[in-house]
Ligand binder design. Structure first.
Ligand code: FES
Length: 146
């Protein structure tokens, strides 16, 4: 098994056990997260040189828009929560928002909040390892509420 495969296995094992998200002091929502490679994007060739360029990829059956914007990679659902518009075909404006091409709703690339309608997109964490790009996706939406 190669070194890269070892790293992938290590990530998968660690992330399955130790990812917790605390929502409030009285509620604990446990969301196991896993890192998944995005082989369609060569981080070595793209990174800062293509800042703001949007890629459309499919990871674990999930269609994602991926971009290098600001100082890092970000991924989010390619489908707009308003009416299903193709966010991967949108544009990033000067305020750091992805603007949907269908009805021009804008979503903040940090918080995922929409500027109108109370809509929201989840921004998934990405990381580069040896020029390979990985995205961290939730394994399941909900495991337990205490
Ligand atoms: S579908 Fe994206 S703003 Fe309406």
């Amino acid at each position: 098994m190669g070194e890269l495969e070892d790293l992938r296995m290590q990530n998968k094992t660690m992330d399955s056990f130790f990812n917790l998200r605390i929502l409030t002091s009285s509620y604990l929502l446990i969301i196991p997260m896993n890192w998944h490679p995005i082989p369609e994007i060569n981080a070595r060739e793209v990174s800062e040189a293509a800042a703001g360029k949007l890629f459309h990829v499919k990871v674990k059956g999930k269609k994602l828009a991926v971009t290098y914007w600001g100082d890092r990679w970000r991924a989010f659902d390619a489908r707009c929560p308003h009416a299903g518009g193709p966010l991967h075909a949108g544009k990033i404006n000067g305020q750091g928002q992805i603007v949907c091409p269908l009805h021009r709703f804008a979503f903040d690339l940090e918080s995922g909040k929409c500027d109108s309608g109370g809509y929201f997109i989840e921004i998934y964490e990405c990381k580069e390892e040896r020029f390979e790009l990985f995205v961290k996706l939730p394994k399941k939406k909900f495991l337990g509420l205490f």
